[in-house]
Design a protein around this ligand. Structure first.
Ligand code: SAM
Length: 480
């Protein structure tokens, strides 16, 4: 039976409820009156303290996704953009993945790290190698990482992951440092989540891959990841272990996207119902070609237009979540996705173990083909050319504004009051330390314009002073 407050996977991701939702969505996909009502409900509303957005139920959101009327889809994109701008402004947060180890005991059919792949070289970074990778990432300008590892209790036990996190935070190369380490490792115990929390991680990210239990079990035939319930209930254990920022995601292309979408929104509703705080981020990866993986063997691959509609509908349904698109997607798709709700992108990424210290992009241990191969500098410049503000800010995390504290700031529309100047200050640091002259020139032109958009004079003055100090190599590490 469907129960969003239950801690049992089969009750909060309830197959019967998903099927009823899909039937309801199909029945109403041409019901323009209902679709208009849903979009009106979803639109951001001004309040005394800022701005408020109600979000949508999984049923309402599924109606939007099912709708194929071009004018309605255009309206959805508009609402998605309105929501993104109301809560996140034109800022886009940047990060990079760091692959620690590709040892894995699971049999995931879509991932080249699966245990039966006998020809892929297996590699695990030593602490010296972690340090070298982090220096290479800091030299690009990164401040925020997502660490990635296969599941292998012998080669990558939790102690290894914790040691790596410690090493990453300890590296201070020139003006560089990594200020937020997000973690994407396999589902684990409450005790291990507590250890990750104590190590100072940012978001714990775990992709569900598919919410469809039968497909899940078929796609994960062997290894601990085969256990659907253990995987699906992982975020509850993470929250029990004290981690209040968790990141959801589906690997699109594995199962029918409408089913996945309903499951994803139900998972977000469940977290909000049980823990009082929804997902900090939602990622939208799609299956890509990789070592011995041919994405065409999965018969649910989705075209770009559908993928974009899914992203817009997630933004509308879960308005306060950060939305992430990685370099799995090419420049054109990322450009469109940024307009309809994405708030975080990776840049200058290497998806191999030890890839950042190599001159040429290594392919031997790569997890998947990267479609956007541009450098971080190129991505930063491109974002600005497209009207976004690249942000390297990690202030919320450092000031303890995580979980419901972050969400309530976001819900009151207050994020814009401190995030915008913070983004400009961190961008200025990036321009001074790492940017090419072309990026630097454009960056300061944009910073000047954007400073003028800060409504409160006092805040504007402080931001201006700090940016002047950054330019004069007088760092104060000040953030709102
Ligand atoms: N081992 C951890 C786990 O099981 O959750 C971490 C996962 S892995 C390093 C990160 C994610 O990459 C996976 O959750 C999966 O969604 C994604 N992935 C795996 N193979 C992929 C492929 N061929 N194309 C795109 N993404 C892929």
């Amino acid at each position: 039976m469907y129960n969003p407050k239950s801690l049992k996977a089969e009750e909060f991701i309830n197959d019967e409820e998903i099927r009823a939702t899909l039937a309801y969505a199909e029945e109403n996909k041409n019901n323009v009156e209902l679709i208009e009502q849903i979009l009106e409900k979803a639109r951001p509303k001004k309040t005394e303290s800022g701005c408020h957005c109600e979000g949508l139920t999984h049923r309402e959101a599924s109606v939007l996704l099912a709708c194929e009327i071009p004018e309605m889809i255009e309206k959805m994109y508009k609402v998605a953009e309105e929501i993104k701008l109301a809560f996140y402004g034109n800022r886009i947060v940047l990060f990079a993945p760091l692959y620690l180890s590709n040892y894995c005991v699971n049999g995931c059919l879509y991932c080249p790290y699966h245990t039966t792949n006998k020809h892929i070289p297996r590699k695990k970074l030593t602490q010296e190698e972690v340090r070298a990778e982090v220096i290479a990432l800091q030299d690009q300008g990164h401040k925020r990482l997502a660490i990635e590892a296969g599941e292998d209790p012998v080669n990558n036990p939790i102690e290894y992951i914790l040691e790596c996190i410690n090493t990453i935070y300890s590296v201070h190369h020139k003006n560089g440092d990594i200020r937020r380490v997000n973690v994407n490792i396999a589902a684990t115990t409450v005790e291990n989540y507590r250890k990750l929390k104590d190590a100072g991680i940012g978001t714990y990210i775990l992709f569900q891959e598919t919410y469809h239990k039968e497909s899940y079990e078929r796609l994960h035939p062997t290894g601990p990841k085969h256990n659907y319930d253990y995987h699906t209930e992982a975020m509850d254990r993470a929250m029990e272990g004290g981690i209040d920022d968790v990141g959801l995601g589906v690997l699109f292309g594995l199962e029918m996207y409408k089913y996945e979408f309903a499951g994803l929104i139900m998972h977000a509703e469940h977290l909000e119902a049980v823990h009082g705080v929804g997902p900090h981020t939602i990622s939208v990866p799609r299956v890509k070609r990789a070592d011995d993986i041919d994405p065409d063997t999965f018969d649910n691959s989705i075209p770009d237009e559908t993928f974009e509609k899914i992203a817009a509908c997630i933004r509308i349904a879960v308005p306060y979540t950060g939305m992430i698109v990685s370099t799995r997607e090419n420049e054109a798709v990322r450009s469109k996705m940024l307009k309809i709700g994405i708030s975080q992108v990776s840049g200058g990424s290497r998806t191999s173990v030890g890839g950042y210290t190599e001159k040429e992009r290594p392919h031997d241990t790569e997890q998947f083909d990267v479609a956007d191969e541009r450098s971080l500098d190129e991505v930063v410049r491109w974002l600005m050319e497209e009207g976004h503000i690249p942000s390297f800010c990690t202030a919320c995390y450092r000031a303890g504004r995580t979980g419901d504290r972050f969400m309530s700031l976001c819900k009151n529309g207050q994020i814009l009051n401190c995030c915008h100047p913070n983004a400009l200050m961190t961008l200025s640091e990036y321009l001074e330390d790492y940017a090419s002259s072309e990026t630097k020139e454009l960056g300061y032109k944009i910073i000047k314009e954007e400073l003028n958009r800060i409504p409160t004079e006092k805040i504007r003055k402080i931001a201006e002073e700090n940016i002047e100090a950054i330019k004069n190599s007088n760092r104060r590490d000040f953030r709102f």
